[in-house]
Each structure stands twice: as structure tokens, then as C-alpha cells.
Design a binder for this molecule. Sequence first.
Ligand code: KIV
Ligand code: ZN
Length: 535
Amino acid sequence: MERMISLGKDRIFIFDTTLRDGEQAAGGNLNVTEKLQIARQLSRLGVDVIEAGFPASSPGDFACVSAIAESIGKKARPDGSTPIIAGLSRTTEQDVRAAYDAVKEAKRHRIHIFIATSPIHMEHKLHMTPEDVLKEIRFSVSLAKGLVDDVEFSAEDASRSELPFVIEAFKTAVESGATTLNIPDTVGYATPEEFQSFCHAIIEGVKAPASVVYSVHCHNDLGLAVSNSLAAVLAGVRQVECTINGLGERAGNASLEEIAMAVKMRIDRYGAKTNLDTTKLQATSALVSRLSGVIVPPNKAIVGANAFAHQAGIHQHGVLMNPLTYEIMKPEDVGASGTELVLGKHSGRHAFRDRIEHLGYVLTDDQVQTAFQLFKKLCDSKKGISDEDIAAMIADEILSVTTENLYDLKHCSVKTGDGPTLAVITLSCGDGGEISDAATGNGPIDAAYRAIRRAIDLEPELLTFNIKATSDRSDALGETTVLLRSGEVTAPGRAVSTDVIESAVKAFISGVNRLHVIAEARKVELVKKPKNHYE
Ligand code: KIV
Ligand code: ZN
């Protein structure tokens, strides 16, 4: 078997426990396919160790860890490395053997044994004396060492344990064959300065051979998990245990993406590198969020939706002049799509003009001035202003285009009943003419939209569709909003009517009209339907 990890003072090993500590907290709701998906992504991200689960805890967990060891643990990454697949184990023979059986097919595998060393845990949870605990460590670590080279030992609740006893526990683990010594702040009680000194004292006290790696595993009960982990790095710890999005028990674990970027951005401070491809952080975070059902707050560092969004006018102006004024890292470095200047009531003229130009409009200074005033008014009635809102405002108010020059609904009838729904549409056109067509569809709105697409010269793609009642009474108005796309142009449409079908049809037509107006103003082509497309 390969040696577990090559040591180097300049390297921080990332041990990801999203699938064990994180998943435990998310209610254990990930199935084997989802866990495999996450493990594959973690491997692509470049984590050193994937803690795939706690095999003895349930047959399902055993199966997931084995499946990950079998596939992800055997698949080499582009640099030829494979991640270490770890399985968690208590100190019993049954646990250790289950962990071994589950991870053994991985090219590099680890058994991770834990037992608590704090007085409160030993007395009230384990009902063991410190001597009993040392005996358990000796037994389980030696047993594991007989099965694998790579054994990690964790002194659970280390930060609330007595220093001399933790040192003794770690010495026992090393004598029994442990190659990684993990110092957990299980209840998130430590503070950075204190934890740094604690880790330093452990390293000094255990005096383990240089090949032994010290590790930390911090929980976030006081919001200090990342700070404590980084403080431990300063003390000489070289493995950090963490989870994607900080998922984990109670307030979570140290967040992998925050550790990764802090180490990368402040290499001057930490003097060490991870092996992570940080451009995959955003995608990994999104995957874990989607599969675990745990939403990432918008203001979450590194991967939150607002992590690179600037709202204040002064900031927006600064970022437009030079992104470094208010951004310490590039969005691309974490795989985010780019700096976002959120247009809202705090935005200034610079940011507004920049967005208009970015959207492709060429307006005169007077038009920009009028548009800016209208935009400020809009900000008072609407929270976030999207690009589509701006496009609609420019089409309707600045370029003064009304539907008279384009399409208007003259007639719409739908026939429902047995079989497919049929819609017949007649539109009046800006040139004084009329066009009609009919189509069947999956319900009246789908049929009507197909009929419109047949009648006009475009086939706009429906990106979003929303219909809602304006009150809770049966005579409520139906308000429909749609977002259409043709080529590189997107445009919103909106309409209100007591007849929900009419409201939906008119919203579609208003979107089509705006597509034309926006394309005209931006001097770009819409995607026209080939002639006789439906004949
Ligand atoms: O929080 C903790 O102490 C743990 C151990 C099992 C490492 O998760
Ligand atoms: Zn934990």
C-alpha cells in the first residue's frame, strides 16, 4: 500500500468530513448515489482525505463507505493521486473491523478511531476511568494498525480535556501505531489564542516522530471553527478537518471553502498550501447544498450568492475603477461567475451606465440621465433590480415603444375537453394587418403559446413562467410574468386580467414585443423562424 501522505512543512492536508460529520447533521438523508456524486466532486476538488462515513453505525453507512472506496478510492486524479478514503470507528473490535472492511478496497485507506478524553465525557458518557480510556486506545489502535498502515486517532472533546491526559492519550496512540493525531474542539468551545497554545503544548508534549501528522477538527458553536483551525495551523498542525458549506453537527464544522481561501489568500501568514483546485469550490458547494437540502445563506463567505456582489454606490464605483478596491480575491478563483454589481437604491450613476453598456444599449447622455431617474424610482418600489427589469424599463420608457407597432391580442379561444386542448389565436400587427393560427398543446396556455409561435416569425424560448392571483377572492386578477429568450436577447413580459388564460397570452405577447424592441436598440438579431417552418 502507498504511504499515507508525503509530509512537507509547506503543505496543509484537507480532510473532508462532509459525508460523515456533515451528513450526520443533515439528518442522514443522502443516498448512496448522492454520496458517490459528492465524493467524486470532493476528489476532483483535490481533498486529501474523504471521510466517507461511519461503517459500524448502520448497514446503509457501511454500503456507502464501501461504494466510495470501490470507485472513488480507486480512481486516479489527473495528477495520478487518489484520495485517502477514511472510515470512522469507535474503539470496539466490531467497529474497527467494520471500518476496515468498508475502506479496504480504496487504493489508500484509513481507519479513524475516536474516544473521548474530557472528564465530563469519560464520567457521564463513557462511564470509564482515564486508565480504561488508555486501554481502549491501546487495544483499538493496535488492532487497526494490524489491518492498515494509516491510522488516525481522535481524542474527542480534546479542548475540554486536561492537557497532561490528552498528551498521554496521544502518546499511547502513537506507541500503538497511529500516524495522525486529531485534536477536536468537539463542542466549539475553544477560542483561537487558547486553541493555538493548546495545540502547541500537545505537539511539544507528545514529541511524536516527524512522520506523525497533527490534525484539528473544530465545531462552530461560537462561530470560531475556521479561526480555531487556522490558529492551530500556526501552532504546527498540518491536517484540517472540515466540511463543504460548514455542514455539520449543531452550528456545523469548520467550512472547507473558508479554510481553503484563507490559506491561499494569506499564504504570507500561514506559509502553507493545500492541494485544492479552488476554482471548483462554488460547484462543490452548490452540489452539497442541492443534495443535502441545506441552503447556503447569501452572505456566506466564499460561496454565498452575495460573496462577490457589491451594492453600495461607493463600492460599485471603486470596483469599476479597479476590482481590488473592494475585492480581495477574484470570483474566478473560487469558480464564481464574476463580480456582480447589484443594482439597487444605493447604486450610483457609474454602475448604472456600466450595466446599460454591458447589456448592449447605446443611449445618449440625456437618455441615460432619464433612465437613471426612472431606475431610482423603480428602486423605491422593488428590492432587487434585474437586468430584465432594466431592459423592460428602457424598452417601455426610453425607447417609447408601444405594442401598437408590434403585436396585440385580438382574439383567443381555447377548446378543452377530451383529447388535446386546441387554441386559436388572432394577433393584430403594427402594420395594420392580422395574423391567425391554431395549435394543440398540453393545456390551454401551452396550446395558446404554440399558436402564437406558429403565427409570428420567432420561436421564443420560455425561460420562466409565473402566474399568481392578486387577491384571495374568486374574482382575483391573474398576474402573469414570463421571461423569453431569442438568440442573445432576453425580455420579460407581464400582463394582468381576470381571465388567467388571457393574462398568460398577453404576457407572452408583451415579452415578444419587448424582444423586438431590445434587439432593435442593441442592433442584434433575433432568431427568426425559417420560412414555412410549419408547413
Ligand atoms: O467532533 C468530534 O469530536 C468528532 C470526532 C469523531 C472526530 O466528530
Ligand atoms: Zn465532529
